[in-house]
Ligand binder design. Structure first.
Ligand code: PLP
Length: 282
């Protein structure tokens, strides 16, 4: 069964000179596929294109990407689609080639199933020791340098802790190791500003839309652990998990309140809609 295409070919042979492999010189996006439909694919492709543009990586044609995705989905109808675009091959040093040829790696992984209770009753989270470096030039981009998250995720093995929250070097809460973070404080939804570090998640942008639609005030803010501790509700999002309420951070309990429930319902509604509207890719 084909589950990986590199530049449209069913192979798992990667050029060792590829700059994604050499330096993490690339961008990626991960999204679920349900019943043959990659959910919010357009939004993921839009973010990939924007991220690639910011890094000066040429973006493959939409028709090539769609053809690859169709091929993979013709073999399997459900799973986790991971799309990576790198700056392609080029020499030994850091200097990018003058005319790079991007490489596209598209993989369909088996579906992941998280316990239903995470979405219903919330999860337990902790703070990670490792901090996120500040770099406005990379802030928001889902680039392929993920060592900070790899180190953060290796800090704990207790299975009852589901996600780790990460601070930047100024002590601001930025995101989870694999998710964006929101708190509800005095009737307002707050989410960290991502102008200095962090990943601008596709689900995060949907939450921003949800808040607008539902008339819930939402602000992008500098958030501290004290600010999180003072909040009434906390929730996390990413494209694979959707929304998980946080019920406990290092012993401090949070309720699953109205804002979390309403935003969660809105996201589930939009996800069902997305699943119905894009019944095919090709
Ligand atoms: C570090 C990090 N932040 C945020 C997110 C959420 O991004 P998205 O909503 O696009 O899945 C992810 C997703 O994997 C992530 O790895």
């Amino acid at each position: 069964m084909i589950s990986l295409l590199i530049d449209g070919r069913p192979t798992n042979c990667l050029d060792p000179l590829d700059r994604g492999f050499q330096y993490g010189d690339g961008v990626f996006s991960t999204l679920p596929v349900h019943a043959g439909v990659p959910l919010f694919l357009d939004r993921h492709l839009d973010r990939l294109r924007r991220d690639a543009l910011r890094l000066g990586i040429p973006f493959p044609s939409r028709s090539d990407l769609m053809a690859d995705i169709s091929t993979l989905l013709s073999h399997r109808q459900a799973g986790i689609l991971k799309i990576q675009i790198t700056r392609g091959s080029g020499g030994r040093g850091y200097r990018p080639p003058e005319h790079p040829t991007a490489m596209r790696v598209i993989a369909l992984h088996p579906p992941v199933t998280y316990p239903e209770e995470y979405a219903v009753h919330g999860i337990e989270a902790r703070y990670c020791e490792i901090r996120l470096g500040l770099n406005p030039a990379l802030a928001g981009i889902k680039h392929m340098n993920r060592l900070e998250q790899v180190l953060a995720r290796s800090e704990w093995s207790d299975p009852s802790i589901v996600e780790g929250l990460m601070l930047d070097y100024d002590g601001h809460v930025i995101e989870g190791t694999m998710s964006n973070v929101f708190v509800v404080s005095k009737g307002c939804i707050l989410t960290p500003r991502l102008d200095r570090c962090g990943v601008n998640g596709v689900m995060r942008s949907l939450v921003l839309e949800a808040a607008g639609d539902l008339g819930w005030p939402l602000e992008e803010a500098r958030l501290t652990p004290d600010g999180v501790a003072a909040a009434e509700e906390v929730f996390l999002t990413n494209s694979v998990i959707g929304l998980w309420p946080v019920r406990d951070i290092e012993g401090q309990r949070f309720t699953i309140g109205k804002a979390t429930r309403k935003i969660g319902e809105w996201l589930r509604y939009k996800t069902r809609q997305a699943g119905r509207s894009g019944s095919s890719v090709g």
